[in-house]
Design a protein around this ligand. Sequence first.
Ligand code: SAH
Ligand code: TMP
Length: 404
Amino acid sequence: MNCRISGKKLSIVNDFGKQPLGNGFLNKEDFDNEFFFNMKTGFCNESKMFQLIEQPNPKKMFHENYAFFSSSSENMKEHFRNWSNQIIKSIEKKNDPFIIELGCNDGIFLENIRDNNIRHLGIEPSANVAQVAKNKDINVITEFFNANVANKIKDQNGKADYFISANVMCHIPHILDVAKGIELLLNENGILVFEDPYLGSVINKTSYDQIYDEHVYLFSAHSVNYLFNKVNMELIKLEPQSTHGGSMRYTLGKIGKYQKDLSVEYYLNLEKKDGVENYEKMLDFNNNVLKHKNEFNKILNKIKKENLNICGYAATSKSTTMLNYCQINSKIIDYIFDTTDIKIGKFSPGTHIPIKDMKKFKESDYKYSVLFAWNHQKEIMEKETNYMNNGGRWIIFQPEIKII
Ligand code: SAH
Ligand code: TMP
């Protein structure tokens, strides 16, 4: 019940009831032994950190059968290519620069760094996705990062110019120890850049499906600054991103080393104005979550009453929260289609909806598809024009619930 950063008591925000692992796609014979935990969230008035009250052991979530492969989206590949190009340009004049990436997954960011012959190291505890990166000749260690691992890396490789991370920091409960490790690994002018789903976007859009076992935190400018000030680092720039339905890219340096960009004051003020650092706002968010759940169930039940079939498009980890919280099972959604080999043939966590190969989606005649990968809407709409031309309709629940 205490904040993992300040140690102060947390105030409860949401109660999503019993939830399975977001990426815990499973076989039929494992239904009886499925793991569940109580998913509640809390807010700390001191650190301003939004966080899960309870999180399953990281080894249960990140292992040799981890189901999320970063390169399953073309748009995300492009996003990481653009970002790595920016970083490469900024170190053009440096002699033997060194870049570390936390949670490099299948190498989606580091492959461009490798192509440019820049010294690099990925840290990735999920052995199967790490192996995909290693097969691309990317340097990876299969470890859960912490300050001890940071010390070992420093002894073997020296300090880094850049420490990069995307959609990983928000996964790690011992974040203060991680922050210490990062500070220790960066040289005096070293820079930390990371991006993660942004609390302000989740609240504005009521995109509560961003909350699941892996996402122990939802960050804001306030909470990131509080956290890193504890290890002598500070925010120097903030850049909003459209990825994952609304993320923020945070750039930090050691205190006093860089002049702060105007975006720092801008977002700190905006968060104050919008109440993103205020518990009352979190309670409004919870009310909106309850309303969203009722509306979503209403729309699905209406379609089922007309005896029409519904499928799901993309078995995202986010869909696990939606499905379990709204109690939607295979009586409502027949199948979820997905491109990921490791998910195909299995069943959705908790709600046990069969996962089918996305190739079969094209042959199916579903009138309604729930777009679970709403964060990839543009990419999906571009490639699924036939579905709509043949009379198929999308059930969208972000940024509002509607049928298109
Ligand atoms: N950066 C990729 C992957 C995000 S998924 C992208 O943006 O697409 C989150 C990743 O964080 C997983 O691959 C997981 O194995 C990794 N991870 C979880 N805990 C970690 C830790 N303590 N240290 C390093 N990586 C971790
Ligand atoms: P994400 O929302 O966490 O990025 O998860 C993406 C999931 O969606 C992953 O299981 C792959 C799947 N997917 C498809 O099946 N088709 C697609 O076109 C895209 C972009 C993703």
